[in-house]
Unconditional design. Structure first.
Length: 118
């Protein structure tokens, strides 16, 4: 993780992935929701998965969905959760998108609280 961003400065596309992340969380009742936008402008949303044999955070799953759909890079990511994202989540974003990808973090109500760079 590197320098922080101002979460209050979201363009329309970043606001969209934040909305998708919140919707994924609300739809499933999960603790967290996430969405990413790939370099072609496609979006992927996911919610936390907690099964006896499988645990994935929403951001890990959103990135995995992008990869499995053929994405070769990311432009931005958003997480809606009651806690700070795990450092590994930001690393996963960097694995696909490289360094410097914005990761917007919002509280459960969807209000941005922080923003990081991968």
């Amino acid at each position: 993780m590197s320098d922080a961003l101002d979460p209050a400065v979201l363009d329309a596309e970043d606001a969209k992935i934040l909305t998708l992340a919140r919707s994924a969380r609300v739809r499933t009742g999960a603790a967290g929701g996430a969405a990413v936008r790939d370099t072609d402008g496609r979006t992927y949303a996911a919610a936390d998965v907690t099964l006896p044999s499988l645990r994935l955070t929403a951001l890990q799953l959103a990135v995995a969905s992008a990869v499995s759909s053929g994405a070769t890079g990311l432009e931005a990511a958003a997480v809606v959760t009651g806690a700070a994202p795990h450092e590994v989540d930001v690393v996963v974003v960097s694995d696909l998108g490289g360094p410097g990808i914005p990761v917007y973090v919002a509280g459960p109500d969807g209000t941005p609280v922080s923003a990081l760079r991968s």
